[in-house]
Design a protein around this ligand. Structure first.
Ligand SMILES: Nc1nc2c(c(=O)[nH]1)N[C@H]1C(S)=C(S)[C@@H](COP(=O)(O)O)O[C@H]1N2
Ligand SMILES: [Mo]
Length: 367
C-alpha cells in the first residue's frame, strides 16, 4: 500500500484536487460561508437524485421500520444551525512524505447554516429496540476504495446519534442542498470531522453492534506508523486561520504589505470545546500575542478573531495564528506525521514582505 511520497503531486492527486476544492482564505471574511466557497469533498461520483422519487428508509433494530419522502421530511419541525465543517485530511499535503489522497493544504473548511430536522425524533418515531447500539448512515454514492466495492457509509454510536444538534439537513444557507453538498438530504453532526456528515442519505440502519465498514474501521484511523495502534478520527481539533493581509503573488501567494498598522482578521473553531483563545505571531511562532476573540453566533460554528499588527518596519515576516480550546487542546507548531494524513492542525504560516509600495516586486508575468 502506498503510504506516502516525497515527489511532486501526481496526476491522480491533481484529479482529486480539481474535483474537490477548499475554501479560498479570503472566504474567512464571511460569518456564513457563501455556498460556492464552502469546501467540497466527494469520494466517488455525485449521484443524480430525482426528488419526486426519493425515499429515506429507517430500519434495523427498530420497532417500526419507516420510509419518508422528501416532502414528509421537510414537513417535520425544522432547526437551522451554523456549523463549521472541516475535512479530517485538512493539511495532509504539507506532510512529508505526503500521504497519497486528496492533497489539502489547510483550507478544507466552511461555516454554513444548515436547515433540517433532528435525527433523534426520527429514531424515536421508529422506536428503538432495547439492543440498539449504533446507527449506520448509507449514501446513494458507490465506488471502489482500497479494493473494496462500497456504498459510502459511516456509523455513529446511539449516544452520539441521539444528541439534539444532529440533523437530517435538506437546506444550506436558506436554499435546498445543491447536488454537490448532498441533495436532497444529508447528515450534519456538529463538531465532528467531515466524513461523518453523510451526503445523499439513502438509509438509516440501527444496529446492535458498532459499524465496522471501510470508511469507519479501515479509513479515518489515526496511526503514527503503519504497524502502530489506530485510534478513530472523531471530533475536530482546534484551528485558527487568518485572511492573508495585503496582496498576493500569483504563483507563490506570498503577501506584499505597505509599512502600516494592519488589521488582521480570521476565524477559529474546535469540535472538542469552545475556543478559549487565539494567539498571533509575526515571527514564525517565536513570540505570541493574544488576539481579540468575538463571541460567535453559534455554539457549533467558528468565531471571528482580530489583531492589530504593527507592520511599520520593512522586512520579511512569517505570520501565524494558534487556537486553544476550553478542553486544553492547542495547535502544534509542527505537523505530526501519520499514515492517512488526518488531524493535521499545525499552525498556519503566511510569508509576508513589508515594503514601501515602489519597493514591492510585483512579478512581471502576473495575469
Ligand atoms: N455520501 C457521501 N457523504 C460524504 C462524503 C462522500 O464521499 N459521500 N464525503 C465525506 C467527507 S470525507 C467530507 S469531508 C464531507 C464534505 O462535505 P461537503 O462536500 O458538503 O463540504 O462529506 C462527507 N460525506
Ligand atoms: Mo473529508
Amino acid at each position: 500500500m502506498t503510504v506516502g511520497t516525497t515527489e511532486g503531486i501526481t496526476i491522480d492527486e491533481l484529479q482529486l484536487a480539481v474535483r474537490n476544492h477548499s475554501m479560498p482564505l479570503e472566504g474567512l471574511r464571511y460569518d456564513v460561508t457563501p455556498i460556492g466557497m464552502h469546501y467540497l469533498l466527494t469520494h466517488f461520483d455525485i449521484p443524480l437524485v430525482d426528488a419526486a422519487r426519493y425515499e429515506l428508509s429507517v430500519g434495523g433494530r427498530v420497532r417500526k421500520p419507516l420510509r419518508f419522502t422528501l416532502e414528509e421530511i421537510t414537513a417535520k419541525p425544522a432547526t437551522t444551525l451554523a456549523v463549521t465543517l472541516e475535512c479530517a485530511g485538512n493539511g495532509r499535503a504539507r506532510l512529508s512524505p505526503r500521504p497519497v489522497s486528496q492533497p489539502w493544504l489547510g483550507e478544507a473548511v466552511g461555516n454554513a447554516e444548515w436547515t433540517g430536522t433532528p435525527l433523534a425524533s426520527i429514531l424515536e418515531e421508529a422506536g428503538l429496540l432495547a439492543d440498539a447500539a449504533s446507527v449506520v448512515f448509507t449514501g446513494l454514492d458507490r465506488g471502489v476504495q482500497g479494493a473494496v466495492d462500497q456504498w459510502y457509509e459511516r456509523g455513529l454510536s446511539l449516544e452520539d446519534a441521539m444528541r439534539p444538534e444532529v440533523l437530517l439537513a435538506y437546506g444550506i444557507n436558506g436554499v435546498p442542498l445543491p447536488p454537490q453538498h448532498g441533495f436532497p438530504l444529508r447528515v450534519i453532526v456538529p463538531g465532528w470531522y467531515g466524513m461523518t456528515h453523510v451526503k445523499w442519505l439513502r438509509s438509516i440502519t440501527v444496529t446492535d453492534t458498532p459499524f465496522a465498514g471501510f470508511q469507519q474501521a479501515v479509513k479515518y484511523q489515526y496511526r503514527a506508523a503503519a504497524n502502530e495502534a489506530a485510534s478513530p478520527v472523531t471530533r475536530i481539533l482546534p484551528r485558527a486561520l487568518m485572511v492573508p493581509p495585503g496582496m498576493p503573488d500569483y504563483m507563490t501567494r506570498k503577501r506584499f504589505v505597505k509599512p502600516s498598522t494592519v488589521s488582521i482578521e480570521g476565524r477559529a473553531w474546535s469540535g472538542r470545546g469552545a475556543v478559549a483563545k487565539v494567539e498571533f505571531s509575526a515571527d514564525g511562532g517565536a513570540t505570541w500575542s493574544l488576539a481579540e476573540l468575538d463571541r460567535g453566533t453559534s455554539p457549533h460554528g467558528w468565531r471571528r478573531w482580530t489583531h492589530t499588527w504593527d507592520a511599520t518596519r520593512p522586512g520579511e515576516y512569517e505570520l501565524c495564528a494558534r487556537a486553544t480550546d476550553t478542553a486544553g487542546n492547542a495547535q502544534p507548531l509542527e505537523q505530526r506525521w501519520n499514515v492517512e494524513g488526518v488531524q493535521n492542525n499545525a499552525i498556519q504560516r503566511i510569508a509576508v514582505v513589508v515594503g514601501a509600495s515602489h519597493e514591492v516586486q510585483v512579478p512581471a508575468d502576473a495575469e
